[in-house]
Ligand binder design. Sequence first.
Ligand SMILES: *Cc1c(COP(=O)(O)O)cnc(C)c1O
Length: 392
Amino acid sequence: MKHESYGFDTLAIRSGQQRSSELEHSEAIFVTSSFVFENAAQAAARFAGDQPGNIYSRFTNPTTQAFERRLAAMEGGEACVATASGMAAITSLCIATLSAGDHIVSSRSIFGTTTTLFEKYLPRFGIETSFVDLTDLDAWKESIRDNTRMLFLETPSNPLSEIADIRSLADLAHENNCSLAVDNCFCTPALQRPLELGADIIVHSATKYLDGQGRIVGGAVVGPKALVDEDLFGVIRTTGPSMSPFNAWVALKGLETLNLRMNAHSQNAMQLARFLEQHPRVEKVYHPGLETHPQHNLAKIQQHGFGGVVSFVVAGGREAAWRIIDSTELLSITANLGDVKTTITHPATTTHGRVSDDVKARTGISEGLLRVAVGLESVDDIIADLARGLDG
Ligand SMILES: *Cc1c(COP(=O)(O)O)cnc(C)c1O
């Protein structure tokens, strides 16, 4: 299939598949750890790298490759390598591109476990990270040192949906011989394609919207062929966090409906945000689709939709926030997101529970804050489920 000429939905449904000799219509799952050779000479050629082809599923697997090719096509990237989780993608990226003595500048508002990786584990290997406010371009500039190699961010951020100016940060990275890596988990390529805006590398947690139905844990890195097919592929086949073929198949089939789902998530989230915005007990709503959002105009240009996450502050602090959670009958009380099922979280005591009070105060993680990852149920039912605790 010629990728370049097709639209996004066609790529999502058709790209990446290579039919086997059985001529199956839907993509097959190749549940096998190893592959056989026609003869000794072929085995030798494959191991020597003189002949392309499968050897062992820690290296390559046809189902996993179908997922990789499809996600690369959708992100507009040259190559993709799938990983066992989103964290495996981020860790592998660091191992593949950084060395002792290198430095990262990262947004402060990133996934909690990524912060732990940067703060606790990478320093043991001589890699330091400076954290900055996602939206403060001057702070990014001032934090770059001679040994800075990577800028890292998520946009929109979790849970407050701040928006980074990807193009400006890509320019800044390139002026300083750095690469810009974007965790594109919240928008997915359906709503935002950072490579088109100048970013160099995309990381994904396939656990979230790519699967979209809460079934698997997985991840991926998308980027230039030389980086992904050589450096990253080498790290993953050596260190072992490969994606299993079954998980790859689930995520692959998830991609087929990604655009439909992301638009539906965005619509439901927008309606919920509008409801919350006018509710007398709600003090603040964080959603990039609202005109009151400080980067609403940037989100409109940079994204093709506003995404499925809505956070809000209820009057009455933790007690009021917990009452809303405990009054729900439909919503799932869980920290996961990117699922057809709507989830509700109290960040201050869960995802951000170990963050110091000082940082919480500075980053807006207040006791009255709730995060809703809006699913695809009937939006009136989602609103009614939250209204019960808000009105009660
Ligand atoms: C969940 C998540 C990750 C980590 O992904 P796992 O699949 O859980 O390892 C990374 N970044 C973001 C933004 C996430 O939401």
